[in-house]
Unconditional design. Structure first.
Length: 96
């Protein structure tokens, strides 16, 4: 959004910034139209880039966390770092 609005974007890695800055308006519109997660009824499965917060309905999930979370630490801290002992999925019982 920041790039499209001509404002200073949030601090992100150089590679990601250059990729985002090179997107055409058509490509940006396509990305904005994509869902944060996908549901496959045939498989009774949800697909998400990173993770879901346990105990929250899908409609209440934070899009930034769905794109970035990898682990939930024992104190409840959500992190983008992957810790094999603390994957977010160990707390996830399902969407509802």
């Amino acid at each position: 959004h920041a790039i499209a609005a001509g404002t200073k974007p949030p601090a992100i890695g150089g590679e990601h910034y250059h990729i985002a800055a090179a997107l055409s308006p058509k490509e940006l519109n396509w990305i904005h139209s994509c869902p944060w997660y996908m549901s496959c009824g045939d498989l009774e499965t949800l697909f998400v880039h990173a993770g879901f917060v346990a105990g929250l309905k899908l409609s209440r999930q934070n899009p930034r966390l769905m794109m970035n979370m990898r682990s939930v630490l024992p104190d409840g801290t959500v992190t983008a770092k992957h810790f094999s002992n603390w994957p977010w999925a160990r707390l996830w019982d399902g969407p509802e």
